[in-house]
Ligand binder design. Structure first.
Ligand SMILES: NC(=O)c1ccc[n+]([C@@H]2O[C@H](COP(=O)([O-])OP(=O)(O)OC[C@H]3O[C@@H](n4cnc5c(N)ncnc54)[C@H](OP(=O)(O)O)[C@@H]3O)[C@@H](O)[C@H]2O)c1
Length: 364
């Protein structure tokens, strides 16, 4: 592909930017943006996918068209769909528009598409270029891709700790380790997720709200994973006016008599074991692309061990909690040799007031 003044890259970056406008709302669908140029290379329309059931990016761009697209080109960060879902196939719209060139960043991993969209475009005589800004597009839709390949939701584990690596005192008290700015950042971070998970003990100790404090409507689903079902009859998570709550319990260990403590507005689902993978799969089936794990050490360790965590976000405060028995972010992985330890990648660091925020990814 010859590139005039980097213009192809420029337009694909614009499509990726448009796609990112739907980053908190498209699940279970991918984040997609589209840009249409006329035959002289002038921008004539653009669009992005906002929400499942609403027009796809390409359809929105065609709906917004101000000029004839015949002989023009379209830039889209994900392969156009070719199946009838909640909306008609985008490939048909591209073909019937008379557009001649299609720039696609990455293939759609969805089995119903997976290269078929590109094939149909080529068979219809359109020129298709694949791979422009591939890395950015893979990154933007990493959760959607992960879910399609593994059938599990993309998991991000978040915790706050002191500079000596403690997440709570030995009596379980942890309010507050980080500063107000970090805590408010966590509220807005939650908006990027479809569901937030804690274990039963964090519910008992912290009684958290787990909301974005209104920055997302509807709020992410709040999920409690419990082996015992020994949950309190009063809890912030039982207030379903703020956000929906789902309790998932392990029926092999739980005392189902405790179910009476959970109000009717809370959904309850049982699973056959305490494997966090079950949670990740159930939530993926319910349409969650991204899950935020805000649990304590025991569930966090189990989630890492079952490959449910793809990234971590930790907030580190310049405070010392001390104590041999204060709580760590993880319990024992039983590593015996240094080569067994978990090495994280792609770390990014930022300062939040006097706290440090570290984001890293796992290579599972
Ligand atoms: N600083 C931070 O960022 C932060 C974040 C979260 C929590 N914390 C602190 O962490 C403490 C709680 O730690 P925790 O480890 O008990 O956390 P947790 O988040 O409550 O996870 C453990 C609980 O999860 C349930 N569970 C379900 N499947 C499990 C599995 N496979 N393995 C382990 N647990 C499973 C059990 O609930 P049941 O007991 O109901 O059966 C278990 O007690 C609290 O003191 C809280 O303040 C700190």
């Amino acid at each position: 592909m010859s590139e005039k003044n980097g213009s192809h890259t420029k337009w694909m970056k614009r499509a990726i930017f448009l796609a990112s406008l739907g980053k908190n709302t498209t699940s279970p669908n991918p984040r997609v943006g589209a840009v249409i140029l006329d035959k002289s290379g002038k921008l004539i329309s653009e669009g992005f996918h906002y929400k499942a059931g609403m027009p796809h990016a390409e359809a929105m761009a065609f709906n917004n068209l101000k000029k004839d697209a015949r002989g023009g080109s379209i830039y889209v960060n994900l392969e156009p769909c070719c199946h009838h879902g909640k909306t008609p196939p985008c490939v048909d719209k591209v073909i019937s528009s008379g557009i001649k060139k299609v720039y696609i960043s990455i293939e759609d991993p969805d089995k119903r598409v997976a290269g078929q969209g590109i094939k149909l475009l080529r068979e219809a005589g359109l020129q298709v270029n694949l791979g422009l800004c591939k890395e950015e597009s893979l990154d933007l839709n990493k959760a959607f891709i992960h879910k399609n390949i593994t059938k599990k939701a993309f998991g991000v584990l978040k915790w706050a700790m002191s500079i000596d690596g403690r997440i709570a005192l030995k009596n379980g008290k942890s309010k507050w380790i980080t500063n107000e700015e970090s805590r408010s950042l966590v509220h807005s971070l939650r908006a990027e997720f479809d569901a937030i998970i804690i274990g039963g003990n964090t519910l008992r100790k912290d009684n958290p709200l787990l909301t974005t404090r209104g920055s997302k409507n509807p709020e992410p689903l709040r999920v409690v994973f419990t082996k015992s079902l020994d949950l309190p009859s009063k809890s912030n998570l039982w207030d379903c006016n703020k956000a929906k709550t789902l309790v998932i319990y392990d029926s092999s260990t739980a005392n189902e008599n405790y179910l009476t403590r959970i109000p009717k507005c809370v959904e309850v689902e049982k699973v056959s074991s305490d494997n966090p993978e079950l949670i990740s799969k159930i939530l993926a089936t319910r349409g969650c692309n991204r899950l935020l794990w805000e649990c304590g050490p025991r569930l966090a360790t189990a989630a890492v061990q079952s490959n449910c965590i793809q990234e971590i976000i930790t907030f580190i405060a310049p405070k010392i909690l001390g104590g041999e028995n204060s709580m760590n972010p993880f319990s024992d992985f039983e590593f015996k040799e240094m080569h067994e330890i978990i090495k994280l990648n792609d770390s990014q660091f930022s300062l939040i007031g006097n706290d440090i925020c570290v984001k890293s990814s796992f290579k599972n």
